[in-house]
Design a protein around this ligand. Structure first.
Ligand SMILES: Cc1ncc(COP(=O)(O)O)c(C=O)c1O
Length: 385
């Protein structure tokens, strides 16, 4: 493994006070490595919220396990812990605590339930880099945490993923899987990622995001650029080269951004507060959660509205950066839900949120002006509950 990747892993682990960190090509690969290292396989069940990205479900299917969905709590969009126990069977091996949009899950309850019956908890921190629960950073409660550095995440290296853990045995198991089964990205993949990082750095700003996203999706379908997910990844069939390590370009970019992490975090907190204030001043209700316990560092600011599609269409024309995820319980809308053991009606709160929620930018390129413009735009619509 190249020195720069080792340095990235070391610095990432240090940021969390974790003993071990392992970088991968994508977040989903990090989860796959973790499930394999935890010996999750045929016949096992893995619990996760029914409000997620299908790329979080694929690794569960790849190892032969069954995803079991729990409905969400409507204010934080996280797993509703009062429904958790009834989903546990003697086949349950892992609970994935996904910290949605950056809101920390109710970790005390999740850990108590899991520990009382000997189930592993792993934390999906792909949307929550730096969020805290009772003063402790998320990713450090369960046996391991995993992260994504795809375009929409707290920081991006184009694509990227990471696992952190304090458990030596688990770390050794990941190391041996890497040594035996992991492949490296091809020269073409690394070159395309590099080109896309340059384009992102110079051309993607709040006013141009909708245009860039549409162009990017079109070029991905044509096979000209490498999207976050290939079309085949919307079916639960693992590609031969799925288990892929990270590249030096991703590691270099990651190290640069870790250096700016405190700034990134305080910017997100400040912009989220501004959204709270401006929306409230226009009579919108803010999300309700215990602010003494949960300290979210949010990836995007979610709001519920009555005419989601109309808002997305108008935003694209007006140069407003509006996110649509999650568009369905297993985002995106193209996901064949039945192939993933999801039946419509299973998670009513998640299904309702998918129809209502749009998310607003908080990233370092979104400044006070962006927030003001976005609030002006979104309050032209009706808040939904
Ligand atoms: C909550 C969540 N977990 C995991 C992933 C997978 O991350 P990646 O796209 O890096 O594989 C995503 C995807 O965007 C996600 O939103």
């Amino acid at each position: 493994m190249s020195g720069i990747i080792e340095e990235y892993q070391r610095k990432f682990a240090l940021f969390f006070g974790a003993k071990h960190a392992f970088a991968f090509w994508k977040g989903r690969v990090a989860l796959y490595a973790l499930l394999r290292a935890l010996d999750v396989g045929e016949g096992d069940e893995v619990i996760l919220p029914g409000y997620t990205c299908v790329m979080d479900v694929n690794p569960i299917k790849y190892v032969g396990a069954k995803p079991v969905y729990v409905d969400i709590e409507p204010d934080t969009f996280n797993v509703n812990v009062s429904l958790l126990k009834e989903k546990i069977t003697n086949k349950t091996k892992v609970i994935i605590a996904q910290h949605t949009y950056g809101y920390p899950c109710e970790m005390d309850t999740i850990m108590n339930i899991a520990q009382s019956i000997g189930i592993s908890v792993i934390e999906d921190c792909c949307l929550a880099l730096g969020s805290k629960y009772k003063g402790k950073v998320v990713g450090t409660f369960g046996r391991a945490g995993y992260f994504s550095f795809q375009w929409n995440k707290p920081y991006t290296t184009g694509l990227g993923g990471m696992v952190i853990t304090n458990e030596r045995d688990l770390a050794e198991r990941i190391e041996s899987l890497q040594a035996v089964e992991m492949c490296l990205p091809s020269g073409r993949e690394v070159f395309m990622l590099w080109a896309q990082l340059i384009i992102y750095r110079f051309f993607v700003y709040p006013g141009t995001t909708a245009f860039a996203q549409n162009l990017f999706r079109y070029l991905t379908r044509k096979g000209v650029v490498m999207g976050s997910s290939s079309t085949s990844e919307y079916e639960p069939v693992k590609a031969d080269d799925f288990f892929k390590g990270t590249s030096a370009i991703q590691a270099r970019s990651g190290i640069r951004q870790l250096g700016k992490m405190e700034e990134n975090i305080s910017h997100r907190i400040k912009m989220a507060q501004l959204y709270d204030e401006l929306l409230m001043s226009r009579g919108w209700r803010n999300r309700e959660y215990n602010r003494d316990v949960l300290e979210p560092v949010m990836v995007r600011y979610p709001v519920r509205i009555t005419e989601k599609q109309k808002a997305l269409d108008q935003a694209a024309k007006a140069g407003i950066e509006l996110g649509s995820w999650f568009e369905c319980p297993l985002h995106p809308i193209e996901t064949p839900l039945a192939s993933y053991d999801y039946k419509v009606g299973m998670c009513p709160e998640a299904e309702k949120a998918s129809i209502q929620v749009v998310n607003l930018p908080l990233h370092p390129r979104a400044n006070e002006k962006t927030v003001e413009r976005t609030v002006e735009f979104i309050t032209g619509f009706t808040q939904a509950f």
